[in-house]
Design a binder for this molecule. Structure first.
Ligand code: 5GP
Length: 184
């Protein structure tokens, strides 16, 4: 059975950079396009980054059972379309989901063939340094984020693999090895 790979990790751990590099190295992998109720950011496109729905549209899809998983994150809803994932797997495609930890654990419960990878920061101190380095957040916001990260790290133990993002290329090659071993 084709496996479904799910990657999660808190924001600020460089998850986006790791996934971008992984996809550049592995163009056969298709990143699932999620639905969200959050506003489109500059440069984002409907159908490319996300499918942007109103809260009503999103809840209708929830009620119709169209999501494999969904979760509320930072005041917005995010969900993975069952159809998108199933069609991909049926077509023999390599599918990657980049979703939050709540969503990843829902996928683990529903799909026996899901492999969950959690991206960890090298340490909380390093993460704090990175968050401060951005220079965009207040002390209060930084503390809030660190607390979120700590509770999310608690979830890491429910994932099949944990990868420390100490260095992007190293983390990407570790993920590539995990996936290769799981695909045999
Ligand atoms: P952003 O708004 O920055 O694009 O994403 C915020 C968070 O939502 C990220 O942690 C991302 O992994 C997560 N996310 C994106 N799509 C989904 C989804 O379909 N389901 C869930 N559960 N989380 C998602």
């Amino acid at each position: 059975m084709k496996k479904l790979f799910v990657i999660s990790g808190s924001s600020g751990v460089g998850k986006g950079t790791v996934i971008k590099k992984f996809l550049e190295n592995n163009p056969n992998f298709k990143l699932s396009v999620s639905c969200t109720t959050r506003q489109k950011r500059p440069g984002e496109e409907h159908g490319v980054n996300y499918f942007y729905l109103t809260r009503d549209e999103f809840m209708q899809a929830v009620n119709k059972g169209e999501f494999l998983e969904w979760a509320e994150f930072s005041g917005n809803c995010y969900g993975t379309s069952k159809k998108f994932v199933q069609q991909g797997l049926d077509n023999g495609e390599d599918i990657l989901l980049e979703i939050d930890t709540q969503g990843a654990l829902q996928v683990k419960e529903k799909m026996d063939n899901a492999i969950l990878i959690f991206i960890l920061p090298p340490s909380l101190e390093e993460l704090e340094r990175r968050l401060r380095g951005r220079g965009t957040e207040t002390e209060d916001a930084i503390q809030k984020r660190l607390n979120t990260v700590k509770s999310e790290m608690e979830n890491a133990k429910h994932f099949h693999y944990q990868v420390v993002n100490d260095e992007v290329d190293r983390a990407v090659s570790e993920i590539e090895k995990i996936i290769k071993n799981e695909q045999v």
